[in-house]
Design a binder for this molecule. Sequence first.
Ligand code: SB7
Ligand code: NI
Length: 183
Amino acid sequence: MDDITRDGNPVLRSRAKELNFPLSTKEIEMGHKMMEYLEVSQDEKLAEKYHLRAGVGLAAPQVGSPTRMAAVLVPAENEEEPAAFKEIIVNPTILSESVQGAALGTGEGCLSVDEDVPGYVWRHDRIKLRWFDLEGNKHITRLKDYPAIVVQHEFDHLNGVLFYDHINKDKRFEAPEGGVLIN
Ligand code: SB7
Ligand code: NI
C-alpha cells in the first residue's frame, strides 16, 4: 500500500471499471487496506515512521487497480468526535449536485501528484451520492463542503481526471460567481 501510482501512469488517466457483487476476497481486502492507509497516514507518528503523506481519500487507481472503489476518511473538526465521513465506497454515482460551487481556499493536492499545483479547484458545494459498501449494500448520502469536495476528487480518479485539470491556468485564483471558499 505504500507505493502509490504517480502521475504519468496510464491507470490514473483511464476510466475505472465497475465492480461486481459479491466482491472477491481480494477486492474486499484492497478496500480495507486503502482505509488502513488513510488511518496510518493521519497518525503523525506512524506517518513519519512509514514516510507517508497524510491523505483524506484514496482511490483504487492510485494503488494500481482500475476499479471503481475509493476510501474516504475526513476527520471531524473536533478530534473527540467521529469522522465527518469515513467509508469505503464502491461504484459511486453522483445523483445530483448543487449549482453552488465551492473550492478549498488552499487549493488541492493529490498523493499521485508530487508537485504542488496552485489554484482553486471549483467543485459542487453539495452532492447527493449513491454508493455501495463492500457487502453490496446500497447507500444514499448527502454531503456538503469539505467531505463533498473530497468525494468529488476521488470520483474524478475513477474517471481518469486529476485535480489540476480543473484549475484555470490563466487565472488560478479566480472565483466564479456565487462560488464559496472553504476553510
Ligand atoms: C484535497 C485533497 C484531497 C481531496 C480533496 C482536496 C485528497 C488527497 C489525497 N488523494 O490524492 C486522494 O485521491
Ligand atoms: Ni488524489
